[in-house]
Design a protein around this ligand. Structure first.
Ligand code: T46
Length: 135
């Protein structure tokens, strides 16, 4: 199986005043955005995530600083670096993900296809493997 992770380069609409990036649902990313959240002030050495989602699709954008994202579909693992405020990285449903190596100034913006629902999380790796094997 090859992991279907997409990267998006958003159009830059800046001018001599500085940069501006706009992201539109169903145009720049392939789903309707129902929720936005962001992670910042992550302490050095902290690793976050450690879960997959049953139905949620997301796009991550590191709008300041940088961080890394490990993605795992149960067979293959890939690590991505997010360090450009005009680039998005998809985290599709059914992908185990971990975010790490946050720079001190990192701001990780997340565009999500649905509202927060704790029942959508697969928070243990065993639960994740059982879920994807039963697909
Ligand atoms: C994900 C990665 C990329 C809420 O109440 N509402 C929300 O919308 C979110 C995202 C979280 N929470 C609560 C749930 C926990 O009590 O905030 C607390 C911290 O969330 P969590 O430990 O899940 O954070 P991360 O950084 O491990 O994961 C987050 C998202 O939860 C997750 O969906 O894919 O970022």
């Amino acid at each position: 199986m090859t992991m279907d992770i997409k990267t998006f380069t958003f159009p830059l609409r800046g001018d001599d005043r500085g940069a501006l990036v706009a992201v539109e649902q169903l145009k720049d990313i392939p789903f309707e955005i129902k929720r936005i959240y962001y992670i910042y002030g992550t302490r050095s050495g902290v690793r976050r995530g450690f879960h997959a989602h049953k139905t949620l699709d997301q796009v991550l954008v590191c709008v300041n600083g940088f961080c890394k994202v490990l993605m795992d579909d149960g067979e293959e693992k890939k690590t991505f670096i997010l360090d450009k405020p005009y680039e998005g990285l998809s985290v599709p449903r059914h992908i185990w993900h971990e975010m790490f190596d946050f720079s001190q100034d990192a701001v990780l913006l997340v565009l999500a296809s649905d509202l927060y629902c704790e029942d959508d999380y697969l928070r243990s790796y065993e639960q994740f493997l059982t879920f994807i094997k039963g697909k």
